[in-house]
Design a protein around this ligand. Structure first.
Ligand code: SAM
Ligand code: ZN
Length: 309
């Protein structure tokens, strides 16, 4: 397998409660790590793997070649799950996995522009057919808009200074590369604040990646779409990698578990909104210390699982 270590692999697939003749969707195929583990448990069932990155589809196709008769791989955005399923003639599914964010394969390739450690073009698109790139955001968005995404999506407290430094720098010379941007960010954060914590560019790069790929905007609706196509008893397992993402997963699950919007003093529900989910993981499942030691990317991972009622 090409190197992307699947996070919370066994925990996820066990909580998915795979039925051997079921139909499953991996909405974030990547290198196919989670898919492979699902496929090993199938006998007569099938797996639909989706990724918006054509390169991931090609890598997964190779990694999953032993199961090719049970797999359908599709380039697409998991938010469009309903259309994707109708295109392949599937009505309802027995379970789904979403392992959000980017893969090591994407980050490790400097040409993709995700990395603040290796110089490359400021791209960050998961789907090469999308129009918006990090270069466009960094060079054309207003200072206020930049500060806002860096603050919200990056949870970066130096967001205003970083946005200001970016606007100053691009006034002198267009910002084309990840290396250039990482230097600008570094210069915006005071030295004493740089001494502790992660790489100074980590949060801003996360923010840009989320903005380029609309990762946060689509999440809640995408989860609801998945729940609509789950058979009763079918489960959805979602792994997130930062608190913003995890909060959306938690809130969306809660909303679907208890959707009633009636005032609390009414004796009975009249809004007619029905429960669609039962939350299986009251608290998120976290990786154990051994996994974190072997895979630094697992450090912030959280798995939440819910079941269609
Ligand atoms: C963390 S990786 C998945 C790794 C995979 N579980 C494995 O074990 O190999 C996330 C993958 O999801 C894809 N992705 C992210 N958002 C997506 C979306 N909205 N629709 C489809 N794919 C998406 C990325 O391109 C990336 O390949
Ligand atoms: Zn109600």
């Amino acid at each position: 397998m090409k190197e992307h270590k699947p996070v919370l692999l066994i925990e996820t697939v066990e909580l998915l409660k795979v039925k051997e003749n079921g139909v499953y969707v991996d909405g974030t195929l990547g290198a196919g790590g989670h898919s492979m583990e699902i496929l090993k448990r199938l006998n007569g069932g099938k797996l639909i793997g989706i990724d918006r990155d054509m390169n991931a589809i090609e890598i997964a196709r190779k990694n999953l070649r032993d199961f090719s008769n049970m797999v359908t791989l599709i380039k697409g955005n998991f938010k469009d799950i309903k259309n994707i399923l109708s295109e392949v003639g599937v009505d309802m599914i027995d379970g789904a996995v979403l392992d959000l964010g980017f893969s090591s394969i994407q980050v490790d390739d400097p040409e993709r522009g995700f990395s603040y450690q290796n110089d490359g073009p400021l791209d960050m698109r998961m789907d090469k057919d999308d129009d918006l790139t990090a270069e466009e955001i960094v060079n054309t968005w207003g200072e206020k808009e930049l500060a806002e995404i860096i603050s919200t999506y990056g949870e970066e407290k130096w967001s205003s200074r970083i946005a200001h430094f970016i606007v100053e720098a691009r006034g002198k010379r267009k910002i084309n590369t990840t290396g250039q941007l990482a230097e600008i960010i570094k210069s915006a954060i005071p030295a004493r604040a740089r001494r502790t914590g992660p790489h100074p560019a980590k949060r801003t790069f996360q923010a840009l990646r989320i903005a380029v790929n609309s990762e946060i905007d689509i999440l809640s609706d995408a989860l609801k779409n998945f729940v609509d196509v789950l058979k009763p008893g079918g489960r959805i397992c979602v792994i997130s990698f930062h608190s913003l993402e995890d909060r959306i997963v938690k809130q969306t699950f809660k909303e679907l578990e208890n959707p009633c919007v009636c005032p609390p003093d009414l004796p009975a529900c009249v809004c007619g909104k029905e429960q669609k989910l039962k939350i299986i993981t009251k608290k998120p499942v976290l990786p154990d210390l051994m996994e974190i030691e072997n895979n630094p990317r697992a450090r912030s991972a959280r798995l939440r699982v819910a079941e269609r009622t």
